[in-house]
Design a protein around this ligand. Sequence first.
Ligand SMILES: N[C@@H](CCC[C@H](N)C(=O)O)C(=O)O
Length: 277
Amino acid sequence: MRFTKMEGCGNDYIYINCFEEEVKWPEALAVAMSERHFGVGADGLVLILPSETADFRMRMFNLDGSEGEMCGNAVRCIGKYVYERGLTKKDTVTLETMGGIKTLKLHIQQENVIAVTVDMGEPILEAEKIPVRSEKHPVIGETLRILDREFAFTCVSMGNPHAVTFVDNTQDFDVEKYGSLVEYAPIFPNKTNTEFVQVIDRTHLAMRVWERGSGETMACGTGASAALVAAVLNGLCERKVRIQLLGGTLEIEWRESDNHVYMTGPARFSFDGVWLR
Ligand SMILES: N[C@@H](CCC[C@H](N)C(=O)O)C(=O)O
């Protein structure tokens, strides 16, 4: 089975073109292929499929085989894939995801997609839709004790669940120690992705992320979108920021005019391969 490895800000996935290949058990395949010693090595698996309601459809599976509703970095990579591999000639592409249909604006230079802007849609702030067990609306400053620390979480869904907290310094922060426990905290019935965010100034954030089903990754597009929304709700930054992640930088805007979040960032091919097992 042929596959392509791609990354967006270091958030790396294995992409399978399901116009040409058939995948019967994506959950098991995600676990086997994502493994970094016995497999290809990735944060998960992404299927590019035909759609009845949009130009293309995405399904994404985390490292542990669980399915995520949305993936910002994968959406940008699919934009590059479908254009550069000749599946479309359009520079604006619609993509069906479990988190809704997303519109991708491809930035093209000499037939290369150098960046993609994704309309991530409106952030979801209702506790029961995120979902998070909370009496607050919106869920700002929900406190949770994890081991020796008390965190205040702002919860946002960008199609998938996110819990955002602000820390003094992301560099020294033990993301694994706390993130792995927040993921399974009982207040998150579907588990959660967790973002640890440092405010550098009003237009510049730094962020590290613990992803549900994958652990710490180099970047998370839905997480960066949720981080901006949370920072604005807490009065910490402007509505348009640059977010520095371990693997690169994303530009995120939460537009007042339509309440949509827009994410712009890179997408890159790493290599093509053939899976033999
Ligand atoms: N890395 C992604 C998010 C992937 C899904 C997530 N782990 C989940 O289970 O919701 C992104 O770039 O948004």
